[in-house]
Design a protein around this ligand. Sequence first.
Ligand code: GTP
Ligand code: MG
Length: 337
Amino acid sequence: MSDLIKEIQKRKTFGIISHPDAGKTTLTEKLLLFGGAIQEAGAVKSNKIKKGATSDFMEIERQRGISVATSVLAFEYRDHKINILDTPGHKDFAEDTYRTLTAVDSVIVVIDVAKGVEEQTEKLVQVCRMRNIPMLVFINKLDREGKDAFDLLDEVEQKLGLTVCPLSLPIGMGSDFQGIYNIWEDNIQLFLEEKKQKVGDSIKFDDINDTSIDDVIGEKAAKTLREELDLIQSVYPEFNREDYMNGDLQPVFFGSALNNFGVRELLNAFIDIAPMPQPKESETRLVKPEEETFTGFVFKIHANMDPKHRDRLAFVKIVSGTFKRNENYLLVREGKK
Ligand SMILES: Nc1nc2c(ncn2[C@@H]2O[C@H](COP(=O)(O)OP(=O)(O)OP(=O)(O)O)[C@@H](O)[C@H]2O)c(=O)[nH]1
Ligand SMILES: [Mg+2]
């Protein structure tokens, strides 16, 4: 295998989309924690780390607590190079988000467990569906009281037009929230509230009828869990990678980004299934990532980050070949290097 193909296979570029406030930036931060890209959760708010290292780095974003522009963040995890594009949810900045969606190979859709499917999420998912972008769904804020998990799965199917396939299941919710049953890896991760920022160990069970589950989460919760897993098996399709890749099936995860709960499960499944860079249609032909010649397109320009300089930063999605620093490349639109 050529080095280029090896490098391509290591890369996964995805966008996080949703209605404002569902928790995209929070989730982005927690994902970066796993890659060791930042040391501390919530570092954005406490301002303890260098500007530019985390997602909401514009002054206005800090002040308003919302994301205004897409941030691109990179980290390494399990020998993969992952690029996250954290998009703004607010409709005033939707243009930015739509352009960002041209640069990603898959997306994670975040849904607030209490609010359910909201307007901007519907619009963004519609765009992803039209383009057959593979999607994972993360239902967030399980530490709060919210809608019933199965009602939410229905809502996601009906309002977003998705075919869901739950790969995790919450055990309780809000004040009764005990943890997550991880269907993808067949284990239970318990929620340790006092250790909010710490990722606890998961407990592995080979058999869902194992009575030690009753000891851990209580008899009643264990009974409910078994019934719900049964229901999932009989009602929802089994996970199938090809359907996911074609945009015909959307795995669903539950968790709490703020508490870094269920995030590792999401990330592990993401690494297992999410697509590497895909061929891209240009105006004239389909361009394959493994082609030797470097090609790419600018999907975003960030200007005036520092008012004292007339700085501009162009974000390029690499479509094929290898990008080399300090080389001249042809800007096709202007015919200039
Ligand atoms: N209780 C709870 N709150 C959360 C959770 N995740 C995020 N939040 C809070 O929800 C609010 C919005 O989070 P953000 O991550 O900024 O949301 P966003 O989706 O990036 O919002 P925009 O960028 O403006 O679209 C913040 O106050 C977070 O602390 C969670 O799991 N539980
Ligand atoms: Mg944000």
